[in-house]
Design a protein around this ligand. Structure first.
Ligand code: ADP
Ligand code: ADP
Length: 227
């Protein structure tokens, strides 16, 4: 079973008379890092939105881990996690509490939650700042915390929407390493970026999107060779 399958996907915003996604088709294999590359407004976030059940598709098919997320959005949610562009951390909770709360929500047994949260905080370099106010976090720390949180219920597929936008170079490099770690653990990663270098650096395969359509889909090496 592919990790992600998108077929003839269309998302239309009638009031704006625009197809944000205009007939996209692609497949992501298990364990792959797949990059959606394109300029602002290309339809990358909308595609992620449909796959993560936040956006209602106009037509076409989309599945994650073999589950049709359009027909069965609740069933799909067990198998993926998503890190949005804008922080949606709970500011009334500490970072550690954010992870524990998410784990509880996803049915991780009480006895495992704290140890798991500590392990994730350590992996993402946040253990020292686990009990401060979330407001105190920089953009890069918030990004890392959201990924750590997303991993609490061990999703098969992780969607990252512009994971390094606004980060300083050092934080970007750290993020790239963490994403490679996830792949080595067998997590499938689908990320969006408008940065060609980042796509080439991180992704096993890259789909280039513009105006909701796929212009090319290949390995970074092959795409670079053809340019
Ligand atoms: P990207 O993530 O590649 O920057 P988006 O998926 O955010 O692109 O947007 C694709 C297109 O759809 C853009 O023209 C954008 O303005 C439009 N769009 C996105 N969300 C909405 C919305 N909720 N209502 C209307 N138009 C939207
Ligand atoms: P929802 O998807 O539930 O409508 P959003 O926060 O995405 O919630 O959007 C709220 C409204 O703001 C949309 O109905 C749309 O009119 C507008 N909007 C959001 N994102 C965009 C965008 N990228 N381009 C144009 N309009 C947008």
């Amino acid at each position: 079973t592919p990790a992600v399958e998108v077929r003839d996907l269309v998302k239309r915003y009638p009031k704006r008379d625009v197809n944000a996604v205009d007939g996209l088709t692609f497949t992501v294999e298990p364990g792959e890092i797949f990059g959606l590359l394109g300029p602002n407004g290309a339809g990358k976030s909308t595609t992620i939105g449909v796959l993560t059940t936040r956006v209602k598709a106009t037509s076409g098919a989309a599945s994650v881990a073999g589950i049709d997320v359009i027909r069965d959005p609740v069933g799909g949610k067990r198998h993926f996690a998503v890190v949005p562009q804008q922080s949606n951390l709970d500011r009334s909770l500490t970072p550690r509490q954010n992870l524990a709360f998410h784990a509880a929500y996803h049915g991780v047994p009480r006895a495992e939650r704290n140890a798991k949260a500590a392990a994730m905080l350590e992996e993402f370099g946040l253990l020292e700042q686990a009990d401060v106010k979330v407001d105190w976090y920089s953009g890069g720390m918030a990004q890392r915390l959201m990924i750590a949180r997303a991993m609490m219920h061990e999703p098969k597929v992780l969607f990252l929407d512009e994971p390094t936008t606004g980060l300083d170079p050092q934080s970007r490099l750290f993020m790239w390493e963490r994403v490679r770690d996830l792949r080595s653990r067998g997590v499938t990663v689908v990320l969006t970026t408008h940065d060609m270098d980042e796509a080439a650096e991180m992704a096993d395969r890259v789909g280039i999107v513009d105006h909701g359509r796929l212009l090319a889909l290949d390995t970074p090496a092959e795409l670079t060779r053809r340019l």
